[in-house]
Design a protein around this ligand. Structure first.
Ligand SMILES: C[S@@+](CC[C@H](N)C(=O)[O-])C[C@H]1O[C@@H](n2cnc3c(N)ncnc32)[C@H](O)[C@@H]1O
Length: 276
């Protein structure tokens, strides 16, 4: 298991698109080609594709994300967008997880060292938030997400502690939660974020829909940040008859990138091409 350094509060994450050169090469970006960036974020990857002459349609489920010139941005989850569109692309990119913008904005509740309401919604219009999960889900459900999404082996004990505390007062802020679960915030916060945003469900739906949206020979590139995601991508690519696996092993950051972009340390990229 590797950890999402983007969740490490002590590291300042600059606005640098991860594995940029590798992504552009594996997408085979060409002048006039059409590309879908399902995770627009700060727009770093999209802008680079556009600079190479690609025509970019992008999606982000966060309504606070704003478009860049020349790029069509749709505020939607990528799975929902793909389910409702039949446009085909020469390349599709998914750079999963949260953006530096979301993490740096203390009010969003993604960060366990910044005092904020328990929120963690990427899509701020959805109703499920970390507050609701922490204060209403039954202990076994909490233990399950801590164990399976955070790979937190003390998941049951942490769930128990949360339930004891909330019985007399709701847990309202990131710092209250962090203090309650001393020593384990990273994994628990990762688990909550995955659950709030149904990140694995989104990924699974995308992996089944995206191959249909590729033109013949089109490329699908996915960058993931923890082993649960990478496992889903690896097996979906391997088992999907519509795809050829292009990266036999994961592509990871170069020494140079590692020295300049801490977020790249946990990034694993896989690429596949459409057979027909
Ligand atoms: C790691 S950032 C992407 C950074 C981007 N590649 C760049 O260069 O700036 C991930 C972004 O994807 C968005 N996101 C994550 N899951 C999503 C989903 N299922 N559908 C749409 N957007 C999603 C997040 O809101 C966040 O803004």
């Amino acid at each position: 298991m590797w950890y999402n350094l983007a969740m490490d509060e002590n590291i300042h994450i600059p606005h640098i698109p991860v594995l940029l050169a590798e992504t552009l090469e594996l997408l085979c970006v060409k002048q006039g080609g059409s590309y879908f960036d399902g995770t627009f974020g700060n727009g770093g990857h999209s802008r680079a594709i556009a600079q190479l002459g690609g025509i970019v349609t992008a999606a982000d489920r966060d309504p606070n994300v704003s478009a860049s010139e020349g790029i069509t941005l749709i505020h939607s989850s990528f799975a929902e967008f793909l389910a409702n569109s039949d446009t085909k692309y020469d390349g599709m990119l998914f750079d999963l997880g949260v953006s530096s913008m979301q993490l740096d904005n203390g009010e969003r509740g993604f960060s366990f060292s910044k005092d904020a309401p328990l929120d963690m919604r990427m899509d701020t219009t959805q109703s499920l938030s970390a507050y609701e999960i922490v204060n209403t889900w039954e202990a076994p459900e909490l233990a399950r997400i801590f164990y399976s999404y955070g790979e937190e082996r003390y998941g049951r004990q942490i769930a128990q502690r949360i339930c004891e505390r909330r019985a007399y007062k709701p847990i309202e802020t990131t710092i209250e939660l962090t203090e309650l679960i001393k020593g384990h915030p990273k994994r628990v916060f990762q688990a909550l974020r995955i659950a709030v945003n149904d990140e694995l469900g989104e990924l699974e739906r995308m992996l089944s829909l995206a191959p249909e949206r590729l033109k013949q020979g089109g490329r699908l590139v996915v960058i993931s940040f923890h082993s649960l995601e990478d496992r889903l991508v690896k097996y979906a690519f391997r088992d999907d008859e519509r795809l050829n696996v292009i990266t036999k092993h994961t592509v990871t950051a170069s020494e140079h990138e590692l020295a300049n972009n801490p977020r790249s340390a946990s990034a694993k990229l896989r690429a596949a091409g459409a057979r027909t």
